[in-house]
Ligand binder design. Structure first.
Ligand code: SF4
Length: 339
């Protein structure tokens, strides 16, 4: 029944329809916590060993089905995969302490914001920790700063990023796995729509910020077709991105706990194939990754984009990297801790 006797009689038209709508689903309850942290900057691990990492938040509301970072909540004894999306920890931020940590690093080193969780997830609108970090970077010089996000909120900071770029190298990496809005909604349920992310690519590049688009992860038989990858790359180029890349999905056991039930629900015909491959190893090996690499290489060449955006140093600041006050700090790196 569309209308019932409880609908206020004074309401008409769309107001009446809205007031009487059936509840389809209540919004998920997300809780925010403040987390004390001794260090904001940690040493990367694995392939990121050569860089420093910064993650303003623990947990991520976007809830991507393939997310590889859920394990991080297990360190806090939060073992249900769902809690990663519902209990978000914002690190208690102090500009002075962050600046002091930054100044202990060697200039020229790479610092990456958003290696484990999205630095522009909805919490950032409220807590602005990423923004405050960037304001500190804007006073510094000689760093190679990278940011990874799925959020168009990054465009809010276009001006401060451009300012950072005057004395540092800075690159923003927007993840766009597909242009198909319905598919994106399934895979990345609470992340901004692909069109909004492309809008951010445009606004940032117009502001003079180097942007690359990452179509990671490439999921077999879901978003790996030539047509799908080509569409993302074409849109990246059209909106001013300088680089495009894509790499195959990997699924560690903590990610499988979410991804396999998702497949069962939405792509049941793929379950057996995925299980066969990923239960043996978290990484796809053999011809498939090579084929994707080749496909991406050809597509990238079609649009004349680079594979990676390269650090670009402001010409008039190069010499500062070798100034004595910087080289003396070589042996004073902070001890490594996870971000
Ligand atoms: S945006 Fe990144 S960190 Fe957040 S849920 Fe998606 S994959 Fe995980």
């Amino acid at each position: 029944m569309l209308f019932d006797c409880e609908t206020p009689p004074h309401l008409v038209g769309i107001a009446r329809l809205a007031a009487s709508s059936d509840l389809l689903e209540a919004k998920r309850k997300v809780e925010y916590f403040e987390l004390e942290t001794r260090r904001f900057i940690g040493r990367g691990s694995g392939r990121m060993r050569s860089m420093w990492t910064v993650n303003p938040y623990r947990g991520c509301e976007y809830g991507c089905k393939y997310c590889y970072a859920r394990y991080a909540h297990e360190f806090m004894e939060l073992r249900e995969p769902d809690l990663f999306e519902r209990k978000i920890y914002a690190k208690r931020f102090e500009k002075g302490a962050f600046r002091a940590e930054l100044r202990r690093l060697k200039p020229g080193e790479t610092i990456w914001i958003g290696t484990a969780t999205d630095p522009y997830q909805p919490a950032e609108r409220r807590f602005r920790i990423t923004r405050e970090m960037l304001e500190v970077f804007a006073d510094e010089r000689g760093f190679d700063l990278g940011i990874t996000t799925k959020s168009d909120l990054v465009a809010r900071d276009a001006a401060v990023l451009a300012q950072i770029g005057l004395k540092n190298s800075v690159g923003v990496h927007l993840t766009i796995t597909t242009l198909d809005e319905a598919l994106a909604r399934l895979l990345e349920p609470r992340a901004p729509r692909p069109a909004l992310r492309l809008g951010a690519v445009k606004r940032l590049s117009e502001a003079g910020v180097r942007v690359s688009v990452l179509a990671h992860p490439v999921m077999p038989l879901i978003n790996d077709s030539e047509r799908s990858l080509d569409a993302v790359c074409a849109a990246a180029a059209k909106n001013g991105a300088v680089a495009f890349s894509a790499a195959p999905l990997f699924l560690k056991p903590c990610s499988q706990q979410v991804f396999f039930p998702f497949l069962e629900e939405r792509f049941p015909h793929l379950v057996r194939k995925y299980r066969e491959r990923f239960e043996r190893s978290a990484f796809l090996r053999g011809q498939y990754p090579e084929m994707i690499q080749e496909r991406v290489r050809k597509i990238r060449a079609r649009y004349k984009l680079k594979a990676r955006e390269q650090p670009e140093w402001p010409a008039d600041d190069q010499l500062d990297l070798f100034a004595p006050q910087y080289t003396e700090l070589e042996n004073e790196r902070p001890r490594c801790e996870s971000a």
